[in-house]
Design a protein around this ligand. Structure first.
Ligand SMILES: O=C(O)CCC(=O)C(=O)O
Ligand SMILES: [Fe+2]
Length: 355
């Protein structure tokens, strides 16, 4: 089988069948139908919408889950942080955060983009759970203080990450109950509170541009490193690769819902029964052809540094080393990226957007 046969036969920008929408309260209550849909979504697309709102409707009568207003506030903080001069933001460059690069600033253009030959079109700030809860190792001894817009709102970010982690743990234990018969180790036991991990919140800003011909575009196709990712987005652009039809499905924000996807570590811990969701972000283009600015928050729940799992090729990893290998491939050139299955789960497939 040559590399070209690994490339899907077609690559539609959008299909008419959207991703499944699940209810957090249904899953939390152990509703058999909802739990079955949830496990199925993790096995097939590896990603789904999760409706959070019903929980708060029942508990407090408010319309929206508090995470949505917190996300709005963090978008506001993000606009202040990203408005700082590049030189200032670069004081927090993520390369200074030890070799795990779990925190700090990534300027736009550091990775390859979603179109062949172009660079990425987003900047981001990563705020690791380890750092805000003072769990060792301290990732950035040189700059223990965050830039002031972030340090002023660290309580908000802590509360946001804690809430996201609670939801992600609930989802993990539900999956464990179905997939992991005793005496195997349930997923949540590899994600213990207070244990060092690379769990982190990414605050992303996609740069606006006068046209989509810009040479910094989107976010390349990839699968996430960790266990579960929770995404809050200000606007459309995210797409998911659906293995059953070999096509890309658009995942625009859905009121009251977030998008959740399975990452590599959880796929491996599940004995490859779950799908690591392949996704990318394409430019959000208006009628004029201009690309709109886009903000998103990605909470990356990741296993403890020493968690063990076996990859698709039968090779054993500890979580920390998988993280390093994956970050290295994010930064590699296209030739190196196509030479392994590390980036997209498919050797020879970069999943570029044809525009
Ligand atoms: O911005 C998004 O919607 C997705 C971001 C993402 O996939 C990532 O940072 O890993
Ligand atoms: Fe991602």
């Amino acid at each position: 089988m040559g590399p070209s046969s690994l490339v899907p036969a077609f690559d539609l920008a959008e299909t008419s069948v959207p991703l499944l929408a699940l209810s957090l309260s249904g899953i939390a209550a152990g509703d058999a139908f909802e739990v079955e849909k949830f496990v199925e979504a993790c096995k097939t697309d590896g990603g789904f919408y999760l409706d959070l709102d019903e929980v708060s409707n029942r508990e407090s009568g408010t319309r929206h889950h508090p995470l949505f207003s917190m996300a709005e506030e963090i978008f506001q903080v993000a606009s202040e942080v990203f408005a700082m001069p590049l030189q200032e933001k670069s004081r927090w460059e993520m390369d200074q955060w030890g070799d795990l690069q779990i925190g700090g600033y990534k300027p736009a253009g550091k990775h390859s983009g979603v179109c062949r030959g172009k660079r990425d079109g987003f900047e981001n700030f990563l705020v690791p759970l380890n750092a805000i809860f003072d769990i060792n190792p301290n990732p950035n001894p040189r700059h223990p203080q965050w830039p002031s817009p972030l340090s002023l709102r660290l309580d908000l970010i802590k509360e946001f990450e804690t809430s996201c982690q609670r939801i992600a743990l609930l989802l993990l234990s539900t999956l464990s109950n179905i997939l992991i018969p005793p005496p195997n180790i349930p997923f949540q036991h590899l994600h213990r509170e207070g244990q060092p991990s690379t769990t982190s919140l990414a605050i992303l800003r996609y740069l606006p541009s006068a046209s989509r011909a810009s040479d910094q575009v989107g976010h390349m196709a990839h699968t996430d490193v960790g266990s579960l990712t929770l995404i809050f987005a200000s606007s459309a652009g995210l797409q998911v690769f659906r293995p059953s039809t070999s096509s890309w499905v658009s995942v625009p924000p859905r009121p009251g819902s977030i998008f959740v996807n399975v990452g590599d570590s959880l796929r491996f811990m599940s004995g490859k029964r779950l799908t690591s969701c392949l996704h990318r972000v394409v430019p959000n283009t208006g009628l004029s052809g201009a690309v709109a600015e886009r903000y998103s928050l990605a909470f990356f729940q990741r296993p403890e540094l020493s968690a063990r799992f076996v990859d698709s090729d039968g090779r054993e990893w500890i979580s920390e080393d998988w993280h390093r290998a994956k970050y290295k491939i994010f930064r590699a050139d296209n030739n190196e990226q196509t030479s392994t299955s590390l980036l997209t789960g498919k050797k020879g497939f970069l999943g570029e957007w044809q525009g």
